[in-house]
Design a protein around this ligand. Structure first.
Ligand code: AHM
Ligand code: MG
Length: 336
């Protein structure tokens, strides 16, 4: 029976990626091994997040990270777990983490071909109140066997091989794209395995939700202000959009991906480049959006075309349903 097959033939994330990779004759299983180490990090963080209150992990670690923000203990812990898991995979050569000012160059004895950029625990302002937080990652591959340099990670997002995020919410969800669509896996805690639950996710072509920190409206530029005004007071007879804003990029983007609509973190007078980081926030989410049939725009160009010059560079970002992003693009184009 089909129903039986559904319950007994479990498509784990490892099996899924092995199947995908087997299409490439040159595949040596390295990507699957790398992904397994990322998945291990996600499982660890999931378990740590769930135990956070109990284990008294909540609170300030008394450290400050690169961007001068207060760093929570869970961030520190998650970062260490990911760095160690990625280095020990033997498949990485450069790591860029939101929590580390400098990139990590893996020791030649443990070096592989992949570069991983990641935010180990994004949405840290939501840790203490139990709201969804997540891990975001992007994967590049070294082109040839040269000595690794920062230029290997300062590549446009369209060069990414894979990207994904894990959301620590009411369930633990991992959304992944290896460049052939987007697939969603859910952690079965009793098995400790991510199981394919939502294959080939497509974002609705147009949505009814916009997601932005409206507290910054005073400092917005013209096109952003006009767009949000249009969401609230549409002049074409359509219904106003609903506003949803969690303040965790992973959660806000996840909802946008599933329900449609638009997520904005625009530039403003105080932050002319916006807030979100190109390498490990903007690129992976833009990659997933495009793979799901949506779009991602910086206010100037397709987000994935951006060429970063610094590992912690920021960019404004507008991403989500194809038609909704078209609207904001038109407003920027009209501006000249
Ligand atoms: P963080 O790295 O300090 O957690 O900041 C990133 C987060 C994103 O998850 C979220 O989209 C954004 O910051 C929210 O920023 P704001 O509080 O300015 O609305
Ligand atoms: Mg972060």
């Amino acid at each position: 029976h089909a129903a039986d097959a559904h319950r007994t033939d479990l498509m784990t994330i490892t099996r899924f990626v092995l199947n995908e990779q087997s299409k490439y004759p040159e595949s040596r299983g390295d990507f699957t091994i790398l992904l397994n180490h990322i998945v291990l990090g996600c499982k660890f963080v999931c378990s740590a997040v769930n135990k956070a209150g109990l284990a008294k992990l909540i609170g300030l670690a008394g450290e400050t990270n690169v961007q001068g923000e207060e760093q929570k203990k869970l961030d520190v812990l998650s970062n260490e777990v990911f760095v160690k898991a990625l280095v020990s995979s033997g498949r990485t050569c450069i790591l860029v983490s939101e929590e580390d000012e400098e990139a990590t160059f893996v020791d030649p004895s443990k070096r592989g071909r992949y570069c991983v950029v990641f935010d180990p625990l994004d949405g840290s302002s939501n840790i203490d109140c139990g709201v969804s937080i997540g891990t975001i990652f992007g994967i590049y591959m070294m082109k040839d066997n040269h000595e690794p340099t920062l230029d290997d990670v300062l590549q446009p997002g369209k060069q990414m091989l894979a990207a994904g995020y894990c959301m620590y919410g009411s369930s633990c969800t991992l959304v992944l794209s290896t460049g052939e669509g987007v697939n969603r896996f859910t952690l079965d805690p009793s098995l400790g395995e991510f199981i394919l639950t939502h294959p080939d996710i497509k974002i609705p072509k147009k949505g009814k939700i916009y997601s932005v920190n409206e507290g910054n409206a005073k400092n917005w530029d013209g096109p952003t202000a006009k767009y949000v005004e249009k969401c609230k007071f549409p002049k074409d007879g359509s219904s106003p959009k609903s506003l949803r804003y969690i303040g965790s990029m992973v959660a806000d983007v996840h909802r946008t991906l599933l329900y449609g609509g638009i997520f904005l973190y625009p530039a403003d007078k105080k932050s002319p480049s916006g807030k979100l980081r190109v390498l490990y926030e903007v690129f992976p989410m833009s990659f997933l959006m495009e793979q799901a049939g949506g779009q991602a725009f910086t206010g100037k160009q397709r987000a994935l075309d951006l060429v970063p010059t610094k590992i912690h560079e920021r960019s404004p970002i507008f991403l989500g349903s194809f038609d909704d992003v078209e609207d904001i693009k038109a407003l920027y184009a009209a501006e000249g």
